[in-house]
Design a protein around this ligand. Structure first.
Ligand SMILES: C[S@@+](CC[C@H](N)C(=O)[O-])C[C@H]1O[C@@H](n2cnc3c(N)ncnc32)[C@H](O)[C@@H]1O
Length: 353
């Protein structure tokens, strides 16, 4: 899966345990800020019926591939198409000019292959689930040979060693449909979607500060949309990064937006991820959760900060600027329910490998 700020890869066992307290496998569970869809994928693998959502299109492609699409339906066809796409010769176009020449996110030889493969996918007219699988295969292949520290605000001054390797397509790890029924992926603002969600449990993992996911992953957004937008700045960001905002990136708007979602969801139990760098204070979040669901347990998980924090802060010329703060954080999982739940009695739910 792609490198992603705030990805819950290492927290999956804790999240599965917390979800298992409020909902048994087979239940309907919603993930309103799905990002890479690692959480939804693990829940689907554990037998839950999952509804995933994210407002960015690249994340919707990831959720359509990893949560909605079922392996038994698509794996064979997708593998055959990927084998054909892998053989296409490079053909320079928008992607190469914008992200490999004007900027240096990928080596131009890989950029030319991205252009050729993306144009072929665009002309194929594939069903939405199949198209999402092909786009995710391409996004992940490009991510493995990128020349960044994980964010698309800047790129390395010299090519990262992996950027000189050839781009290779792999079939994403699709999962079979759970016995309980199909899973779904939405692409909506979480606040707009929340009143329509009626599920046993909802998992909430919103952004917690000013860093916009669209700005940090604009190359994937453009790759998935393939709308070849006007761009600006050294990083060649799409112009709509300036106008497409999330309430969760505003210091004043984040608390009220989260409170509205917590109030609107028709789910007896919520599991909320938040960490000690977030703009909502622990006491405020606890009061917000207790207002609708009186029973609350909090799991504290210390973890290493995002790799970018360890590498340091660099300007567009690759020079180190500024200072790096602490390297360890505490991640909190708030389990908030209408009924009394016992985390200590939790039976661990198996994650897929
Ligand atoms: C912390 S990340 C989620 C990470 C995810 N749990 C994972 O493991 O990859 C937050 C996600 O919320 C999405 N997002 C931000 N504002 C949103 C909004 N208003 N509605 C829906 N999604 C939003 C971002 O695109 C981002 O993918």
């Amino acid at each position: 899966m792609i490198k992603y700020l705030g990805s819950k890869r290492t927290l999956l066992p804790h999240i599965l345990r917390a979800v298992g307290v409020g909902a048994a496998p087979g239940a309907l569970v919603a993930d309103l800020f799905s990002g890479t869809s690692r959480v939804g994928h693990a829940l689907k693998g554990a037998g839950y019926r999952v509804v995933a959502n994210d407002h960015n299109r690249y994340a919707h492609a990831l959720a359509t591939c990893y949560v909605q699409a079922d392996a038994e339906r698509w794996a064979g066809r997708a593998a055959a198409i990927l084998a054909d796409l892998e053989r296409l010769p490079g053909r320079p176009g928008y992607f190469t000019a914008t992200f490999c020449e004007a900027a240096r996110f990928l080596h131009p030889e890989n950029g030319e292959r991205v252009d050729a493969i993306r144009e072929a996918i665009a002309t194929m007219g594939a069903e939405p689930e199949l198209e999402a699988i092909l786009l995710v295969a391409l996004m992940e292949a490009a991510d493995r040979v990128d020349s960044t520290a994980g964010l698309q605000m800047a790129y390395m001054k010299r090519w990262a060693p992996r950027a000189l390797k050839p781009l290779r397509l792999r079939l994403p790890a699709l999962l079979p449909r759970p016995a309980a029924g199909p899973c779904r992926a939405h692409c909506a603002d979480a606040e707009a979607l929340a009143p329509d969600i009626e599920a046993e449990l909802a998992y909430l993992d919103p952004p917690y500060n000013q860093h916009s996911y669209l700005g940090n992953y604009h190359v994937w957004e453009t790759l998935v949309r393939w709308d070849k937008p006007e761009t600006y700045g050294v990083a060649r960001k799409r112009v709509d990064v300036r106008t497409r905002r999330s309430a969760f990136n505003g210091r004043r708007s984040i608390g009220p937006a989260l409170a509205r979602i917590v109030g609107a969801l028709r789910c007896p139990t919520l599991v909320v991820s938040f960490n000690d760098e977030g703009w909502v204070e622990r006491a405020e979040l606890e009061a917000m959760l207790r207002a609708r669901r009186p029973h609350l347990e909090v799991i504290e998980i210390p973890y290493d900060r995002y790799v970018g924090a360890r590498i340091g802060i660099h300007n567009p010329r690759g020079e180190k600027v500024g200072t790096v703060g602490r390297l360890r954080n505490v991640e909190y999982l708030y389990v908030s329910s209408e009924r009394r739940l016992s985390l200590s009695a939790a039976v661990p739910v198996e994650a897929v490998p």
